[in-house]
Design a protein around this ligand. Structure first.
Ligand code: UDP
Ligand code: MG
Length: 314
């Protein structure tokens, strides 16, 4: 029987944690009873530098019940770093990562286990629809997935970070030393046999989202710039295109000058300068963004730092 580790990243989740603890415990106890996973399986909370009572609640639970364990990070490293810490720091045969607010249906874990039995190494949890999202989130998410596809980034549509991976897949993931983490696009690069499990995502039942718009935009930009160089190519092509236009314009100017004498055109000059200054600034910005990525990568700073662990040994 395989040891399952259920990894739950937590950042200021004191409101929802009591409910999460009961639900996940019930689920894992049933899986152990029905001999689907080993009795040594664990529910692992990764405390991502919470400022509320999250750590206190987790610590108390871990001390009371051997089913639970905790990896406490030294500060807030972000959702992606927290997930990675859980998978790297806990020994298990199977890993499933799921948000602590249980918006993703934990019952899917049973179906995921069946897919693993069928020989898959990765099982993606995929949302059936986005009806529980706000109009804004639904529209931006759909456009974003389309854009990623257009830019050649291989990503599972409507899959976030609810997935099951075998030890072999997690070990392979460690060969990707990126600092700018966007796991949902790295995992498909691993290969191996995979499957998808579909579920309805519910609304958050307590607490607030820990992904405000700026964080979401940063993650979305990571998804594009870490996996596609097409924006850089776009800069090059727009450069060529602008040169071509300038050449035509130059021919026109020379013709006007020789045929009719020069005409002083203030409006056209200002327009052209404004447009091309804009294009140049955007182009420089895109190049700068990629340079910044290289800057972050070369420093090789740790993606997470573990301050303490509770009950992770066995
Ligand atoms: N999270 C985290 N660190 C962060 C932000 C979020 O560990 O810096 C966790 C959070 O506690 C939750 C999961 O990541 O378990 C997803 O966050 P949330 O539910 O707020 O995102 P949303 O579902 O609104 O996109
Ligand atoms: Mg959530």
């Amino acid at each position: 029987m395989q040891k399952l580790a259920i990894i739950l990243p937590c950042y200021n989740e004191e409101d929802i944690l009591p409910k999460t603890i009961t639900t996940i415990k019930k689920l894992l106890t049933n899986l152990i009873k029905s001999k689907k996973v080993s009795p040594s399986s664990k529910i692992c909370f990764v405390n991502d530098g919470s400022k509320d009572k999250t750590l206190e609640i987790i610590r108390k639970t871990c001390l009371q019940d051997k089913l639970f364990c905790c990896i406490n990070l030294s500060r807030n490293f972000g959702h992606q770093g927290a997930i990675l810490a859980g998978m790297n720091e806990l020994a298990a045969d199977l890993y499933v990562t799921i948000d602590a607010d249980l918006q993703d249906n934990p019952e899917c874990i049973c179906e995921m286990l069946e897919k693993i039995d069928e020989g898959c190494d990765i099982v993606y949890g995929v949302r059936k629809s986005r009806t529980t999202d706000s109009w804004f989130k639904r529209t931006t998410a759909t456009c974003y997935y389309r854009l990623l596809k257009l830019l050649g980034v291989n990503i599972v549509y409507n899959h976030a970070d609810f997935r099951m991976m075998t030890k072999r897949a997690v070990e392979t993931l460690k060969q990707f030393p990126e600092r700018n983490l966007f796991l949902r696009a790295i995992v498909p690069l691993i290969g191996f046999k995979y499957a998808k499990v579909y579920y309805d995502r519910t609304k958050r039942q307590a607490g607030e989202t820990k992904y405000p718009l700026p964080k979401m935009v940063a993650l979305a930009w990571n998804g594009i710039s870490n996996f596609s160089i097409i924006p850089l190519r776009f800069v090059t092509f727009s450069g060529f295109f602008v040169c071509f236009l300038s050449f035509i314009f130059l021919c026109y100017v020379v013709y006007n000058w020789s045929a009719k004498g020069t005409i002083v055109g203030w409006a056209s000059t200002v327009t052209i300068i404004t447009i091309f200054s804009g294009i140049q600034l955007i182009s420089l910005g895109i190049i700068g963004e990629y340079l910044a990525k290289v800057f972050i990568e070369v420093k090789k700073r740790p993606l997470y730092i573990v301050e303490s662990k509770i009950g992770c040994e066995n």
